[in-house]
Design a protein around this ligand. Structure first.
Ligand SMILES: [Zn+2]
Length: 208
């Protein structure tokens, strides 16, 4: 095994036992952490600037981790079969891309204004390659409702629901889904969890 990660909130991961139940563990290694489907990035926990997962092109210029891309294919097909076609508005975002976007907001709006519109570099979970913004999954649309009810079957959770904005630090984003894998998503749904932070026993992250 590789060197242990310094103990901090990012090392707290859920582990699925052989019995299929989900357990939360407080320690892991850099390798395990980098490969994890359960890494948390939020306004309190940043991803390193050199964190760049291996990606595949899912569609056009939209890139994702391979496991997430495969699950997205199943999700999209099932949604289409249910009468709710969708696609990408956003997928992977690099640290450099986040930094450049954030800085452009700072130049036009100042730091306070920028923080309202855009995540600071390293604080967007799109950097994980496990997050997708789904086209048309807005408000209480039929697609958004279908995603909220069925996303877990394909390993996805709605990461920023309306009821958890004070915990996640993000406004309601019915279009933003996060791939966490089937077992965790099923457990998350069974427990009616609304935020990864509270699910993993991490502090709320309402602000930087
Ligand atoms: Zn998003």
């Amino acid at each position: 095994m590789t060197a242990a990660v310094a103990p901090n909130a990012t090392t707290r991961l859920a582990l699925v036992t052989s019995a299929g139940t989900v357990q939360v563990s407080a320690s892991t290694t850099t390798t395990t952490l980098n490969a994890s489907l359960w890494r948390v990035a939020n306004k309190r926990i940043a991803l390193p600037s050199n964190f760049a997962p291996a990606l595949v092109t899912s569609s056009g210029s939209f890139r994702l981790r391979r496991d997430c891309a495969a699950a997205y294919g199943s999700l999209r097909q099932a949604a289409a079969r249910a009468g709710h076609p969708t696609g990408f508005t956003s997928a992977y975002r690099s640290y450099a891309g986040q930094l450049s976007l954030y800085n452009s907001y700072v130049r036009s709006l100042g730091r306070v204004g920028a923080d309202r519109q855009c995540a600071r570099a390293g604080h967007s979970e799109h950097q994980l390659g496990l997050s997708i913004d789904l086209k048309g999954s807005v408000g209480t649309s039929a697609l958004a409702q279908w995603i909220a009810a069925n996303g877990w079957r394909y390993g996805f959770i709605v990461r920023y629901p309306r009821t958890a904005t004070r915990v996640t630090g993000f406004e309601w984003e019915p279009w933003h889904v996060r791939y966490v894998g089937g077992p965790l998503a099923a457990d998350y749904a069974r427990r009616k969890a609304t935020a990864l932070e509270s699910y993993f026993g991490l502090p709320a992250a309402p602000s930087y």
